[in-house]
Design a protein around this ligand. Structure first.
Ligand code: RNT
Ligand code: ZN
Length: 417
């Protein structure tokens, strides 16, 4: 028996004493697909070869060598990351990762421009999610897209939004799993606006046009993502959380919760059970805010654990699409994917290992003493042994062994770029 097997057997017994079946937990964990964000692989650059600044209140810092410069390189990097993460996952693609020889206007992009991505995903048997790119573009240079007072520019972006839903649907159809197409716009203001109502009314009007066509949810699901502020849009964000939450409830859309998009001390875990009575499904952008930045690599901290625990306790996993959203160019980009995704999965596993029935029984009886005692006790149960066993059973490196693989890939592939 290997060390991993031995440790697992012991851990299994310890969890069983709390009424938790670790085998069943790992079976359930294997059904969760995390959507890896393509944009971590090249600092949100994309392949339009336009050289426009990222803008939109987004910032990527660092210049770690070896970033992907072509769709093929990015796909190879994503595959490398997949090979180091247990389970079957998805790819989250942005429209600016278009794969064409000639430049195509964003309002004219079509499914055929993403053929190489579709074939690749089909080959790997993975699902793809999609995002319009409303930033890093001359027509978005002032950070105003769907709410631009200029009607021509506004229409350009409306057409982009419409085109992206069709592309999402084409992915969904081809891959047999719906694409979640997430609409996030940077629109907002550095200083106090004189007329918030004007811009919010425009956003309603533009979104209504983007969503005018019904698309079968078998192929495409629409989600909308709010935000509190970004660099250069400190005073006003047209698409705030409340705006989109209300729009989603009224129009039967998914709502995206990005964990980096609220007040710095505000977390999204408590929002999950508040929103679910009113929306069918949600999309998560799991991220980590640090001071003014909303996009640090996801670590296994209390915030992440609270999100995972809420999803599991509420039995919401089948109604939740989990995507990651961060970009760090100061460390190996593949490691960034692997660390964040493995942490998300680990947090879900820890949540599934919770003896929640017992905790609820204590709570219903008003025995908060036992609830607190048990909650604290389970924090030091050997979940690491369960995680290692899971990685082994899914044929991915156990423990930190994945890092060796990344270093080797860096030496063999990334350093030659
Ligand atoms: C920006 C939003 C959005 C982007 C991606 C690249 O604050 O979080 O989701 O990060 O579309
Ligand atoms: Zn996001």
């Amino acid at each position: 028996m290997s060390q991993v097997d031995k440790s697992y057997e012991l851990a299994k017994e310890q969890y069983a004493a709390f009424g938790v079946n670790t085998d069943a937990v790992l079976k359930k964990l294997a059904t969760v697909a995390i959507s890896l964000h393509c944009w971590q692989g090249d600092d949100v650059g994309g392949f339009e070869n336009k050289g426009d600044a990222i803008g939109g209140g987004l910032a990527v810092t660092g210049n770690y060598p070896g970033k992907a410069r072509t769709p093929d390189e990015l796909r190879a990097d994503v595959e490398k990351a997949f090979s180091l993460i247990p389970g079957k996952h998805r790819l989250n693609l942005h429209a600016c990762y278009i794969d064409t020889d000639k430049k195509v206007e964003r309002n004219e992009i079509r499914p055929e421009h993403f053929k190489s991505w579709m074939d690749w995903a089909k080959g790997l048997k993975i699902g793809v999610d999609f995002n319009p790119t409303y930033f890093a573009h001359p027509k978005a240079a002032d950070g105003m897209t769907l709410t631009n007072p200029n009607k021509g520019i506004r229409n350009y972006w409306i057409e982009h939004g419409i085109a992206c839903r069709e592309i999402g649907a084409a992915f969904g159809k081809k891959l047999g799993t719906p694409a979640v197409t997430n609409q996030w716009i940077p629109d907002g203001m550095k200083d106090s606006p004189a007329d918030r109502k004007y811009f919010r009314d425009l956003l309603v009007e533009s979104l209504d046009k983007v969503f005018a066509k019904k698309i079968d949810p078998k192929y495409n699901l629409d989600s909308i993502e709010g935000k509190l502020f970004g660099v250069g849009v400190e005073s006003f964000t047209t698409g705030s959380h409340e705006f989109y939450l209300a729009y989603a409830v009224k129009n039967n859309k998914l709502v995206t919760l990005d964990s980096g998009h609220y007040h710095p001390t505000e977390t999204i875990s408590d929002k999950i059970t508040s929103i679910f009575p009113f929306v069918k499904e949600i999309l998560l952008h799991v991220s980590r805010g640090v001071r003014w930045d909303s996009d640090h690599v996801v670590i296994l901290n209390d915030d992440l654990q609270a999100i995972a625990t809420e999803l599991v306790r509420g039995n919401f996993l089948s109604r939740t699409h989990i995507g990651l959203d961060y970009f760090d160019a100061s460390i190996n980009r593949i490691a960034a994917w692997v660390i964040g995704t493995r942490n998300m999965l680990k947090a879900l596993m820890i949540a599934m290992l919770e003896p929640s029935k017992t905790l609820c029984q204590y709570e219903r009886k008003g025995d908060y003493t036992s609830r607190l005692a048990l909650m604290e006790e389970i924090k030091t149960l050997p979940y690491g042994a369960v995680w290692d066993y899971y990685c082994q059973s899914k044929n991915v490196p156990v423990g930190i062994d994945w890092l060796k693989e990344v270093k080797k890939y860096e030496e063999d592939v990334l350093s030659k770029r």
